[in-house]
Design a protein around this ligand. Structure first.
Ligand code: MN
Length: 323
């Protein structure tokens, strides 16, 4: 690895365009932005006749809601990932740890290009295209493809739009130029409703019953976060049953609508004393700082971490950090 450096989208395009073979990795349990970014790069590289493999660490199967993304034939299981890639591209990861069991490829690769939009990014690549003002990693990938002269088609647009619509919470947080990017993507013939339905608007009926239990026992702590308020809900593992992560992960967006609370949290039980905690803030509280203090990370208004203890202990630790 050479010394770490910040590069532009056109420098990233040159790296890709002159590579002999490329390994593209995204974070464990990829979301639409991570997988959409990785597959869009994979599709463009394949079209340029550059050997490419796309992967992510176990569990190696994308969640059901992401199976409509084009280019999935580019995916290889983690066991088949080049042990020493010439050019490794890592997308949507703030740190190499987000690669899970594939994190060692950052050390074995000749060059690592990091493309990411997390403010907490550690610039772990030999080349880093990192912009915390980009609403999604797919925004940065779109810049790279434009600099490379890649013409957008429906498949590329599908992957890019998937990351864009989810990471902007359906364009609630998007700069003017990002709306313009969406316009260019739709102009390829993409039907936004078709992209969004499997990603965000589809749940089994059992989700409604899970919601009624979990939201029915949600708690409002008005004095939390310096009096700004915390609303939280607990999802016991027994209630999750056969439901997908898509169901449990959408609960935070509902809890975050409580007008009395600046901060929202959802505790999802993963084992008897194991939890993953999702945090959201409306505008004032930096939940990335809170999550980082508790061993996790994320964005200023959306972050998360893992915790060990009883639900009461996990809530107490969170309240202490929020102040
Ligand atoms: Mn992202």
């Amino acid at each position: 690895m050479t010394a770490s450096s910040e590069i532009s989208a056109s420098e990233a395009a040159t790296l890709l365009g002159t590579a002999e073979a490329v390994t593209v990795l995204c974070h464990v349990n990829p979301d639409a932005d991570a997988l959409g970014s990785a597959l869009a790069l994979g599709i463009a590289l394949r079209r340029a006749d550059i050997g490419v493999q796309v992967s992510f660490a176990d569990p190696a199967v994308p969640s059901e809601s992401l199976r409509s993304l084009p280019g999935q034939d580019l995916l290889v299981p983690p066991t088949e990932v080049d042990p020493a890639p010439g050019l490794l591209v890592v997308v949507d990861c703030g740190s190499s740890g987000r690669l899970g069991d594939l994190r060692d490829r950052v050390d074995t690769a000749k060059q690592t290009l990091v493309i990411d939009h997390h403010a907490s990014n550690t610039y772990f690549g030999s080349a880093n295209l990192v912009d915390p003002f980009a609403e999604s990693t797919t925004v940065l990938v779109a810049d790279v493809l434009a600099a490379w002269g890649v013409e957008l088609d429906r498949d590329l647009a599908y992957c890019l739009y998937a990351g864009l619509v989810t990471d902007t919470s359906s364009f609630r947080r998007a700069r003017p130029q990002t709306h313009e990017l969406a316009s260019r993507l739709i102009a390829t013939g993409l039907n936004p409703v078709e992209v969004v339905r499997p990603l965000m608007d589809t749940h089994p009926f059992a989700w409604l019953q899970l919601l009624s239990r979990v939201l029915g026992s949600a708690v409002l702590e008005r004095s939390a976060a310096g009096g700004r308020g915390l609303a939280y809900a607990v999802v016991p593992s027994a209630d999750i049953g056969g439901l997908r992560s898509e169901e449990t992960e959408s609960i935070i967006d509902l809890v975050a609508t409580a007008s009395e609370a600046e901060v929202a949290a959802v505790l999802k039980q993963t084992s008897e004393l194991g939890w993953t905690v999702s945090l959201r803030a409306k505008s004032e509280v930096d939940v990335a700082a809170a999550a980082t203090a508790l061993g996790g990370g994320g964005h200023r208004l959306a972050a998360g971490y893992s915790a060990v203890g009883t639900a009461e202990e996990v809530v107490a630790a969170l309240l202490a950090v929020l102040g």
